[in-house]
Design a protein around this ligand. Structure first.
Ligand code: ZN
Length: 577
């Protein structure tokens, strides 16, 4: 049984959900001995071996398996044993509905090839080998679905969970994104059918890429309702998520690190390239929204400002490089604790900014004749089409080869160094302003200009906190901040600031009454002990990024901005649905 699922780099030990297992042959019992946490060995037998096992499925995420009275969803990595030595044999999957009239309307949604099953029905499905078998998640239940074509390829959107989505609008918008990405890498698409499996839930967010489908989880309110026409913040996020997983169909499912080509799911597989597979994908997922006209350039820059803010707010970016973040993702990025902001950097967010910086450097230094788009297409031609893995230095070498530039210093600084990226200078070249301000509130995600007068020094504790009965629990204490210097720790529950009770989690407000540099007593419980600290309040860091379209720029700068953000020539846009 696999220990991890491709796309989610953490050992999850799916075998722990195998409740019982029994092997037989010709009706007689065959001894099955467990060799380690995830491997069984069956005694030799004359006829075919039958292994029957029960799997507990109660993980409602895109990564595992979940079964209840409303639906069943699974990734093959959670439920299928891999017969050692027969990984390359073809597989037949027989799906049967649960007994009972309550399940008579259940249907099946998957990108797996049908054998004898009718479309959307229970029955037999087939895969050429084990890797293919586990790369087509399956959703069963009473879901809604609608299909569309992108560049002649049938696509399907399947939504499970209660929702009120305007399915036609979702399909219309996704079609633009899909056609953009297919044409980006060049027709034909590398699959003959594609399925978006969406779970609409009250709260939740996530996605996982597969070769001809993706699994997505989103808040049901992020889906647009009939009659709505604007793109809400949440719907913009949903479209970006779909765009992200779809781009992965090329970038990581087919253009993939060489170390992934052995398909070893038993243990961690380390690569320093995740900045390219997650970071570059994160850059293009949002860029595709503005290039297809689904969002405005201003809306795109707001997104970019928020990504930048997330990077600029983490002190860990000075300690961990992107290459290290990628290599250690198994134990660090995927296992974040209260010290994560102080210790690590995200290869998604900083990776996206490195992709942006690389794109802008290439455009600048080739006078607009090349861009990151050319590098991605070259990677597709060299490594994606024929499924040979990308060596650890392959992306850097290809960036130089496809552009004719020497980029060694750029990559040394951005991938292996920890200095901040020179985004202000690079963005100025395309007529975009990059400025920093202080956060206005704990909810301030950045991306938009602050209220006027918001730049006067504001006192802070240097923490992140969550409300807790009777006070405020410190979830994160930042290195070098006022709270840490005073001796406060993550987990402490602050109950009073300067002798006044902290109500309802309003810690920032309780501190704002005082001045930067002022020393005030803070009372907090550590475990069950009440402690007092003397905190010298520090000024709020200038760590909130704002990107704006500059108006007073020359014609050449305007042209460079257009070339960057409006990349689909009119002749290549598709006709309306
Ligand atoms: Zn991703």
């Amino acid at each position: 049984m696999p220990a991890w699922i491709p796309g989610s780099y953490m050992v999850r030990d799916f075998a722990r959900h195998v409740v019982r297992l029994r092997a037989t042959s010709g009706g007689g019992e065959v001894a099955a001995v467990k060799l380690d946490k995830q491997t069984w060995r069956c005694a030799s037998c004359a006829g075919p071996l039958v292994v029957v096992y029960e799997v507990y499925a109660w993980d409602l995420s895109v990564r595992a398996a979940h079964l209840d009275t409303t639906h069943g969803y699974f990734n093959g990595t959670s439920v299928f044993l891999c017969p050692t030595g027969r990984e390359h044999r073809d597989c037949v999957l027989e799906l049967r509905p649960p007994d009972g009239t309550g399940y008579a309307r259940w249907r099946v949604a998957t990108s797996m090839a049908r054998l004898e099953a009718a479309p959307h029905e229970f029955g037999s499905y087939t895969a050429a080998d084990y890797q293919e078998l586990v790369d087509h998640p399956v959703e069963m239940g009473e879901h809604t679905f609608l299909d569309f074509e992108a560049c002649g390829v049938p696509h399907e959107v399947v939504i499970s969970g209660r929702h009120w989505a305007d399915m036609e609008r979702v399909c219309r918008d996704l079609r633009r994104i899909c056609e953009y990405h297919i044409r980006f890498f060049g027709e034909p698409a590398p699959f003959d059918r594609y399925v978006f499996l969406v779970m609409a839930v009250g709260e939740g967010y996530g996605g996982l890429e597969h070769r001809a489908s993706c699994s997505l989880m989103c808040g049901r309110d992020s889906l647009p309702r009939a009659g709505e026409t604007e793109v809400s913040d949440d719907y913009r996020g949903f479209l970006a998520l779909c765009s992200h997983e779809y781009f992965h169909a090329w970038n990581v499912k087919r253009i993939k690190p060489a170390v992934f080509t052995a398909n070893d799911l038993r243990r961690e597989v380390h690569t320093r390239l995740l900045w390219a597979f997650e970071g570059i994908t994160s850059y293009y997922d949002e860029l595709a929204l503005v290039r297809t006209g689904l969002i405005s350039p201003a809306s795109y820059l707001e997104l970019l400002g928020r990504v930048s803010t997330r990077v600029w707010r983490g002190g860990g970016r000075f300690k961990q490089s992107l290459a290290e973040s990628s290599f250690d993702t198994w134990t660090k990025f995927y296992q974040q604790d209260e010290n994560a902001p102080n210790a690590i950097v995200s290869y998604y967010t900083k990776g996206a900014l490195v992709a942006l910086a690389l794109d802008l450097v290439i455009r600048r230094d080739t006078a607009g004749r090349r861009s990151l788009d050319d590098v991605m297409r070259a990677l597709w031609e060299r490594y994606g089409k024929n499924a040979t893995g990308v060596p650890e230095d392959g992306v850097e070498r290809m960036a130089e080869e496809a552009t004719g530039l020497s980029l060694q210093t750029f990559f040394d600084e951005t991938l292996r160094g920890t200095d901040d990226l020179p985004l202000a200078d690079l963005l100025a070249e395309v007529g975009v302003g990059f400025t920093l301000r202080i956060a206005e509130s704990p909810d301030d995600k950045g991306g938009s200009p602050g209220e006027s007068g918001a730049d006067r020094p504001k006192p802070v504790l240097g923490v992140r906190s969550v409300p807790e009965a009777g006070g405020c629990r410190l979830s994160h204490v930042f290195d070098g901040g006022a709270a840490q210097l005073a001796g406060l720790s993550a987990g402490d529950v602050i109950v009073a600031v300067n002798g006044i009770r902290v109500w309802g989690g309003a810690l920032a407000g309780a501190v704002s009454r005082y001045a930067v540099g002022e020393e005030i007593p803070v009372h907090a419980f550590r475990r069950d002990e009440l402690m007092q600290f003397t905190v010298a309040l520090t000024a709020a860091p200038v760590d909130t990024c704002v990107l704006t379209l500059l108006d007073d720029v020359d014609q050449k700068t305007f042209a460079r901005r257009d070339a960057w953000l409006a990349a689909i020539p009119a002749s290549r846009t598709s006709p309306p649905l």
